[in-house]
Design a protein around this ligand. Structure first.
Ligand code: M6R
Length: 599
């Protein structure tokens, strides 16, 4: 979702900002813009419009010295994606210019109370913030005016604010939406995520909720100050930027998604390296303590991470015998079930920033339940605000469609369940090593899968079917195909089709069956016959153990509990090649964002 970048320093600000925005593109956006101070003319310049950062970069003139500015990629919430609604936004006089990520819930009340005389040009909540600052700046010094305005905002915001009367300070404020500050000798950079700092700063600071920040040049030195909600200055913790350019480049692949699919065996091996100590899987004791004497585990997540949660449920119930329930985060946040007292929560989130989950975590913390976040981002909000966290070590996942994070989540959930189990009856190290090899084997056959995609008519009403753990893989497979190819696809419990949905099966409707479990092989095969006899174009993904000679994709055998991490790979490749052949924007599918920071 929206990305923001601000820079003040010796480098050319427009270069840093535009390159930073480019690196934040993966978050998902529909418009972008920049405002910078041209030193030669001593004027501020704003460019913005609907469309891509490459147009912002190439279609405008950035001649002249500039060292101070802010930029934005917008994922529309209030008002259509167009020139007027794009950020930066200005106050009515033009004095204050701001970029914003988040949603201000009380913007209408603020307009009614303070800004009824203001003429607004856009439909955004952001323009209200700029004008609220201007309103207070009439009576108070600028810093106090900004802080007064921030204190009145309800909702989520990461904000960068410029006062055109003083092009020597970037102000920032933050609540719920992520914001980081990177510092180097020759400048200060502020951005929504670490990606923007690669090549710009080697150290960074996480800005906490309700913190007010000033980035400025004092005595020829760039510095920043951070203030808590009551205005007391504090020193935040310094972190190292651990990413490098190689990790965030496409590395010779046409798309990040294909690169990330191919990285999955190495993600499994990296997870093993990180979690094996003295030849056994090891989880830190304070994480294990969260689950001591618990009668129930609740897993909360969204989208692909929720599908990993379903697989986690099966692992937990099989290995630890603790009943485990999975909830859609956005539902749980406002429609809670009756909760067991002796329970622990697991939140699964690749980004660690998903607003629906954050809303749940705030309540979980209030209720006093222990919580564990399983995430790819150590410094993320959900990692910091849960009782503890575990990392999936997948490396940056840049394609919007999640692939390697999903298998990483499954692997970490399996390791956690295994370590918590009294008598797990599975050699998890051996099984995970085998999984990595089996993954490589199917990735090696990717061209064959491309051929299969071209010979089957996957173009409308596609279905994935499976039973048990394969049903969960079907849900994930369907999400992958629909989100990047835009083909209507459903994941279905194979036995449930005949209770209504089979009415949609007619000549050539594609049905892809997943069968990795021996005990349901016959049942799913019967369901395949039911759809075949109604004309479906059936494609079967099975394992050596469950296969029949005419099956289309046959995987190596891996342990039942880990099979979703393998069976999902051909479905990721089906989605990838279908979208590729249809000419879709694979890494940045329409309407979607990588980091969903609004509820
Ligand atoms: O960052 P998260 O794992 O919390 O994101 C949750 C979903 O938005 C995400 O998994 C989404 O469904 C995927 N991008 C789909 O590929």
């Amino acid at each position: 979702m929206c990305g923001i970048v601000g820079y003040f320093g010796d480098l050319k600000a427009t270069d840093v900002i535009l390159n930073g925005l480019k690196k934040l593109e993966y978050r998902g956006y529909d418009s972008c813009g920049i405002c910078y101070h041209n030193l030669n003319t001593d004027r501020f310049v704003t460019y913005k419009d609907k469309g891509r950062v490459k147009h912002l970069k190439h279609d405008f003139d950035y001649n002249g010295d500039n060292h101070f500015g802010i930029g934005h990629t917008r994922w529309a919430t209030h008002g259509a994606p167009n020139h007027i609604n794009s950020h930066p936004h200005s106050s009515q006089s033009g004095r204050f210019v701001i970029v914003h990520n988040g949603v201000i819930e009380n913007y209408k009340e603020l307009v009614a109370k303070y800004l009824s005389a203001v003429y607004f040009t856009s439909e955004t909540d952001t323009e209200v913030i700029a004008n609220l600052i201007e309103y207070f700046a009439v009576s108070y010094p600028v810093e106090l005016a900004i802080r007064k305005a921030l204190a009145m905002l309800e909702g989520s915001y990461a904000l960068l604010i410029i006062d055109k009367l003083n092009p020597n300070i970037i102000y920032a404020g933050k609540n719920k939406s992520p914001l980081l500050l990177g510092l180097r000798n020759d400048g200060v950079c502020l951005a929504s995520d670490l990606m923007a700092f690669v090549g710009v700063s080697s150290e960074y600071y996480v800005i906490e909720d309700k913190t007010f920040v000033k980035a400025e040049k004092v005595d020829n030195e760039y510095r920043f100050s951070m203030y808590d909600p009551i205005g007391i200055e504090f020193t935040p913790i310094r972190h190292e930027v651990s990413l490098n350019d190689d990790e965030i480049n496409r590395g010779g692949y046409d798309h990040y998604m294909l690169k990330e699919i191919c990285e999955q065996p190495s993600v499994i091996r990296k997870i093993m390296t990180n979690y094996i100590k003295d030849n056994r899987f090891h989880i830190k004791q304070d994480v294990l303590d969260l689950f001591a004497n618990k009668k129930r585990i609740y897993i909360l997540a969204a989208g692909t991470s929720m599908h990993a949660g379903f697989v986690g449920k099966i692992n937990f119930e099989t290995l630890t015998k603790i009943p485990t329930e999975v909830f859609i985060a956005s539902e749980f946040a406002y429609n809670k079930p009756l909760l067991e007292k002796e329970a622990a929560f697991i939140l699964i989130s690749q980004s660690g920033e998903t607003a629906d989950l954050r809303a749940c975590l705030v309540d979980i913390n209030k209720m006093g339940y222990p919580s564990l976040t399983i995430t790819n981002v150590k410094t993320s909000t959900l990692a910091r605000e849960a009782t503890n966290y575990l990392l999936i070590h997948a490396g940056p996942e840049i394609a919007v469609a999640s692939t390697k994070a999903y298998v990483g989540q499954i692997a970490v959930l399996a390791i956690l369940a295994y370590v918590l189990a009294d008598n797990p009856k599975i050699d998890m190290i051996k099984e995970m090593s085998r999984l990595a090899v089996a993954m490589e084997a199917i990735i090696d056959k990717k061209e064959y899968i491309h051929d299969l995609v071209q010979s089957h008519l996957i173009k409308r009403n596609c279905f994935y079917i499976g039973r048990g753990i394969d049903y969960y893989t079907s849900l994930e497979a369907a999400l992958k195909l629909k989100e990047i190819s835009y083909i209507q696809t459903e994941g279905f419990a194979a036995g449930e089709l005949k209770h209504g949905t089979i009415a949609l099966i007619e000549e050539d409707v594609p049905v892809i069956a997943i069968i990795t479990q021996r005990h349901i092989n016959k049942n799913t095969r019967s369901n395949i016959q039911e759809v075949k006899s109604r004309g479906a174009d059936v494609l079967v993904i099975s394992t050596n153990d469950t296969s029949e000679p005419e099956d289309d994709i046959i995987l190596m055998d891996v342990h039942d509990l880990l099979s979703p991490a393998l069976a999902v790979i051909p479905t990721q490749l089906i989605a990838y090649y279908k979208a590729l052949d249809m000419g879709k924007d694979i890494d940045k599918p329409r309407n979607l964002a990588k980091s969903v920071t609004v509820e």
